[in-house]
Every structure is written in structure tokens, then in C-alpha cells.
Design a protein around this ligand. Structure first.
Ligand code: TTP
Ligand code: MG
Length: 359
């Protein structure tokens, strides 16, 4: 049994520029050069990631390939090879298992480990993290960073603190001081939109949030208010879940050319809907497990909108209606369309949605 939450020792491990590091390792001529993972021929696609040399130019994950090339004309594009990354991921997980059974992978390159009951390294989570990173390097020649803390929220923040190839410890005694000045955008779940809402109300750090009431926070960020209040004090009692599950499944297409009219988008909906149905079937998800359906549109200025419906059946016509509603919000050329479902009971799927190019 794991110790009570206030005694937990959590390690968050995150590989450094994972896909890019694998590609550079396997092609030493790329060493020291800026590398982005994405297709060179599909310039309208987005980058999966970039190595640290490329990041100096502002190139990073999810940036459009075209824009990345503008920022860094020497950027070398390498096509992703997911099987290879999966293989490396398995090797890393085997190493984790030497230390604990309580492993919660978040994606191929990242996991929480609860090492509260691990007797190795005289029970020092700091030394365990160091040893794990050394073993990862030994076995894969890839570097990892680690965060060590009394809970998941802080461990995840900490793994980013000394990246790449570093680690950072937050002891229970350090927590109060550490969170006080922590910018809100470091909190998992605070994206750009939430951060802006909070900034507009004068909240910039966890220290600012600590002074607010939960009610006040709920008015700004809805049901997330309560968790936000807890996190801001460095409290997170979530356990490391050994069976991580996702709540939604979706399929997205980025078009080679922007779509100008809703009629044209409708044609694409049919195709993507068929793919989504196929994915659900593959994952053994029945209609009765669907809580709601949603669509996502990204316009040519990269603004995006999502429309969802709780009371619909899973029919093509339902998606067409949602797309119509989304299109009316801006009536601008569309570069990406996604269709998806939120699930009632959670099903295990991978972290990143499919994002491939449509002809
Ligand atoms: P991250 O751990 O977020 O990024 P990273 O490992 O490339 O870099 P860092 O050193 O900052 O940890 O994601 C892990 C892998 O997941 C990444 O190598 C590629 C993939 N990925 C995507 O495919 N799309 C995305 O939007 C992101 C963020 C990651
Ligand atoms: Mg990583």
C-alpha cells in the first residue's frame, strides 16, 4: 500500500525532446543541428516536436511546419516514426518497473511513479530519480528529466524546472515557498484561455490565488476553481493511477488547401465521420458509451472553435449541424476539421489525437 498522500514520494519523468532525440541518436549527422519532427512534404502540417537547437529559434511542438521554417530556415525536418518511439517507451517502462508497480504513463515519454514504498537507494526519491535517468541513458542513449515532490502536481512542475537532462526536488518543507511565486500557467489545466481570464482579474501567481475564495475562483474558471485553489497551496491528493484512461476520442484533418464554403466542409465531414466510426469500432466503443459529440474547426488565422452537443445521437446529420454552427461563428476559410466524442465510461487511448493530411 502507498503511504498517505502527505507522505507520498512522487517522481515525474519526462524524456527530453523525445521524438527528436530518438531521430538524432539514430542519425548522428543531425547532431548539433536544428531538427523538427514533421513531414517535409506536408508543409501545412504541424510539428510533433523539435530538438533544443531548434527551440532557440522559437520552434516548438504544434507549430505549423511553414511557420517553423520561417523562424528557422535551416530546420531539418524528419518524418515521425511512431513504432520506434513506442519501442523506446517500452524500454523506459521496464526500467520504471524495477522501482515500483505504481506507474502512471501519461504518454510515450512521460510517467508518474509513486516510489513511497521503494526501498532502493535507501528510500531516497532523489537518488532513485537519478538512478532511473542514468539507466535510461545507458539503455537508450536518450536523456530524461525528473521532478521529485510530495504530489503529482508539483512533481510535474518540477520535471520541467531543470530541463533538459536535469532534475529538481521539492521537499515537503519547500512546498509553501515554492508555490507562492509560481506563475499560474505552470499549473496543469491552466491553458492560455484560463490564464488570460485569471490575469484579467489580477491573478498571476499561486500566491495570488491563495488569497481568493473558492467561490470567487468558480466565478472565473467554473468547476476548476476548487482544484485550482488546492493546487495553488501545493495540495494535490490524486493518486498515481496505474490504468490511465482518456475521456474522448477524435479524428482531425488538416486540409492541403483552406476550405472556403460550408458546403465543402460538409463533404469532408462525411469522410472524417467514417474514420471516427472506424476508430470507435477498433477501440470497442459502443454508441451507448458516448456522452456527447463535438466538432473542432480551425480557421486560416489559426483561431479555433469547438461546438458540442450532449443530446445528440451519433449520426452524420448531428455532426453536420454542429459544423454549420461552428462555421457561422466566423465564416472564414477553414484549415482543420475535427470530429470527436466524449465518453461516459473512460476508455484507454493514446495522448495525441490523430492529425493527418487530407487530400
Ligand atoms: P513532450 O514531452 O511535451 O515534448 P518533448 O519530449 O518533445 O520535449 P520536452 O523536452 O519539452 O519534454 O512530448 C513528448 C512527445 O510527444 C514529443 O517528442 C512529440 C509528441 N508530441 C506531439 O506529437 N504533439 C504535441 O503537440 C506535443 C506537445 C508532443
Ligand atoms: Mg518530453
Amino acid at each position: 500500500m502507498a503511504s498517505p498522500f502527505f507522505m507520498r514520494k512522487i517522481i515525474h519523468i519526462d524524456m527530453d525532446s523525445f521524438y527528436a532525440s530518438v531521430e538524432v541518436r539514430d542519425n548522428p549527422s543531425l547532431k548539433g543541428k536544428p531538427v523538427g519532427i514533421g513531414s517535409a512534404t506536408e508543409k501545412r502540417g504541424v510539428l510533433c516536436t523539435a530538438n533544443y537547437e531548434a527551440r532557440k529559434y522559437g520552434v516548438k511542438a504544434a507549430l505549423s511546419t511553414m511557420y517553423a521554417l520561417k523562424l528557422c530556415p535551416d530546420l531539418i525536418l524528419v518524418k515521425p516514426n511512431f513504432e520506434k518511439y513506442q519501442e523506446e517507451s517500452l524500454k523506459i517502462r521496464e526500467i520504471f518497473k524495477e522501482y515500483t508497480e505504481l506507474i502512471e504513463p501519461l504518454s510515450l515519454d512521460e510517467a508518474f511513479l509513486d516510489v513511497s514504498d521503494c526501498k532502493k537507494c535507501e528510500g531516497s526519491a532523489t537518488l532513485i530519480a537519478q538512478e532511473i535517468r542514468a539507466k535510461i541513458f545507458d539503455k537508450t542513449k536518450l536523456t530524461a528529466s525528473a521532478g521529485i515532490a510530495p504530489n503529482k502536481f508539483l512533481a510535474k512542475v518540477a520535471s520541467d524546472w531543470n530541463k533538459p537532462n536535469g532534475q529538481f526536488v521539492i521537499t515537503p518543507e519547500d512546498v509553501a515557498e515554492f508555490v507562492y511565486k509560481l506563475p499560474l500557467k505552470k499549473i496543469f489545466g491552466v491553458g492560455k484561455v484560463t490564464a488570460t481570464k485569471l490575469h484579467d482579474q489580477g491573478f498571476k501567481t499561486c500566491g495570488d490565488i491563495q488569497k481568493a475564495s473558492i467561490r470567487e475562483l468558480r466565478d472565473i474558471v467554473g468547476s476548476f476553481g476548487e482544484s485550482l485553489h488546492k493546487y495553488s497551496k501545493g495540495i494535490d491528493d490524486r493518486e498515481v493511477c496505474t490504468t490511465r484512461e482518456r475521456k474522448s476520442i477524435s479524428v482531425e484533418h488538416t486540409f492541403k488547401e483552406d476550405i472556403l464554403e460550408v458546403k465543402e466542409v460538409a463533404k469532408k465531414v462525411e469522410k472524417i465521420f467514417a474514420e471516427l466510426k472506424y476508430r470507435l469500432k477498433n477501440k470497442n466503443v459502443g454508441k451507448n458509451e458516448i456522452k456527447s459529440i463535438f466538432i473542432k474547426l480551425k480557421f486560416n488565422d489559426f483561431q479555433q472553435t469547438t461546438v458540442s452537443d450532449l443530446n445528440s445521437s451519433f449520426e452524420l446529420s448531428d455532426y453536420l449541424q454542429l459544423v454549420n454552427r461552428g462555421f457561422k461563428r466566423k465564416e472564414a476559410p477553414v484549415r482543420l476539421l475535427g470530429l470527436g466524442v466524449q465518453l461516459k465510461t473512460q476508455k484507454k487511448v493514446s495522448k495525441y489525437q490523430l492529425n493527418f493530411l487530407n487530400e
